[in-house]
Design a protein. Sequence first.
Lengths: 634, 204
Amino acid sequence: MSEATAATVKEAYVAPRPAPALSRLLMSGNDAVSRAVWEAGVRVAAGYPGTPATEMLEVISTYPNIYAEWSVNEKVSLEVAFGAAMAGSRSFCAMKHVGMNVASDALMTMTLTGVAGGLVIAIADDVGLSSSQNEQDSRYWGRFAHVPVLEPADSQEAYAFTLAAFELSERFQVPVILRLTTRICHVKCLVTVGERAEKPVAGFTKDVSRWVMVPGAAGRRLPLMFERENALRAEAEVSSLNFVEPGSDKRVGFITSGPAYMHVRESFPNAPILKLGLSCPVPFKRVRDFAAQCDQMVVVEEVEPLIETEVKAQGIAVLGKDILPRSGELSPTVLKPAIAKLLGEPVAEASKSLPMQVFPRPPTMCAACPHLGVYYTLAQLRNVTISGDIGCYTLGFGQPWNALDACISMGASMGMALGLDKGRAESEQDKKIVAVIGDSTFMHMGMQGLLDIVYNRGNVTVMILDNRAVGMTGGQNNPGNGRGIHGEETPRVDFATLVKALGVREERVHVVDPYELPTLFKTLRQETKIAEPSVIITNQPCVLVDDYRARKPFKVIEDKCTGCGNCVDVGCPAIHVTRRDKVVRGSGKEVDRSFVRIESSACTGCGLCVQPCAPDAIVHVDTLSMPIHVVKGS
Amino acid sequence: MSDITNILVVGTGGQGVMTATEILAEAAIAFGHDVKKTEVAGMAQRGGVVSSHLRFGPKVLSPQITPGTADVLLGFEAAEGMRWRHMLRPNGLALMNTGRLVPPVVDIGLFEYPEDPVASVRAAGTRVFSFDATAIAKELGEARLGNTVMLGAISDYLPFSAEVLELCILKRFAKKKPEVIELNRQAFAAGRAAAALAAQAETA
């Protein structure tokens, strides 16, 4: 299991020199936050990959004089950052919105201890669900944990607010949430940067009444937390992060935060705006003063009505989600008609042209993806429920496999599978339960679930798809590939040994090459028949990472293709149907035929489609006849 | 808002749409414009739909282009050009690659690929300059030159000079082999010529 794969391991990482101060750079919000983290003198940064937050740790890892790590999950990353902050270092951690659910256990108590060195938690909300299982508003955590929330509106503010967040964190000794959204993280605009200022580190001060949160000590810190919240509200009343832009058209004044500000400013150039950068706690006095400047107020925020509800609770009249959508991204296209309707004006018909009807183009697995073999095989199993997880392999629910039945959260495939087993109906006693999880997701939150399956004698067959990368977010390193954030060598997890240590019997653990379909099928059929926990580990790398070695591509001999369509069931995007027809067999049965070709320039020779091809019509391309194809890395 | 230029670049994951838009942004910055660039790219690496918005001018606020206000639509794939036509303003220009990328949902027979995306866009009343950028890139020996071909195609329909855009592209390859730079130079010129030829055909 420990074959040498380290062709491109960098032994000692040397950071490139950062752009000089006063440079004006085209930066995404993630780039800008990362630059500010470096400038703020942060010494420790941790995170787990997740769209749209991933690039923050990737970029921070390229700066000098800062320790950066991929943690195994968000909770650990926050605990690492908190530990550094206890030691007096400035520290940072970044995660996507659902990551904060995992990390929240740590947050809810570190709000009581507070921090010594500044601690900033960047949470990136995927407003509009471009790449997530749900839509959440992370500003709730500010209310729940009684910590301040800063909401930048673009990259320049993301940069400035990150610096301000560290100041605030140290002044009030509180973890600060920097709330980002996809339209901050992934929008690029010009940012003027500054210089790094090193921060002296005081060191850890032993103080059990503060750092050891047993009930008595924690109870004594609760009043301090509420005092701090009052002080933060007073700060929000005077902070320059909150400001009013006066306007001549006083019919509607807007209270807004985050990227929604840009949409409001663009849509209503003459309207007064109260822009909240430090939006939690809400500065009610400022809201009252603003109310006096306009006829009525509308709160424009993404995505939950948080400011709105709190302002309404103060007895201040505002509108918000009463007239704006309850979910999804805001934009001028959404705001202009809503406000026109409120004012009783005719709704301007911005665009009469409707989108033309075109087929959907859902994301697909890559050509030669090792998951293709897994799902081709799972699709052959009958009488099975497949509990899935978060990663590229979630796509197995779709066509042509239809081989994944549930997916909710990181690592949930394990517990859900056990529940499906224990809660099975009388009529489903023979049903097979399979759980499918990726390597990184397994280490993130799946291990405990497998332990639970073993401990409670579940009848579940677990597939760990070890592709040696966090594939969906761009192939980040993790403990499963034995490489750290800079590509440096680090101890590698041996999954077979690990699952045996969790209690799976040795005979029930199999490591299988997912490109060997007969072995995969045989193993899966055998293990799903046995009423005890089994683990099947697949061992081929993601095609997008350096470990992957492309092989000689294939082509279809047109004359030999009988149109059986078996290869199409693999679901490889390099296989294209050229012609479709129906024939009536001798038995009188009508059969659909799909004749195919292989896009040889996209094929990397995994050989999956060759195996089910009935007439042996798929053969290697004569490489000499191929145009020169530059393979990655050359 | 007429002092803001809106460029929409569309295609599928892996075609280099986001990189091309970034280069356009760099060129706009070189001319002193304020710039915002944003994508809708859900899981784009997996062959899904990618649309990249570029807005530039004296001061840009919202990063998203409002439907019906794009000045130029640069379509890296035929059906994707069609998918986003409604984003163009009246009299906007669509520059469309006729090259096709057929997704698995079409291959397995669940959906049809449109018969002639360029004709459909034209029939909807849009001015289209179309050319086979995929074939041009392949002729130069490297499919990945497609995005440079597309940038060449748009270079004469921007409020700044084509030469600066070309410099911004070549700057990216400054550390690469001279052959790579030369190939990109050729790809840019070929794209520019293809769009000019298509423009002549359209007005003839």
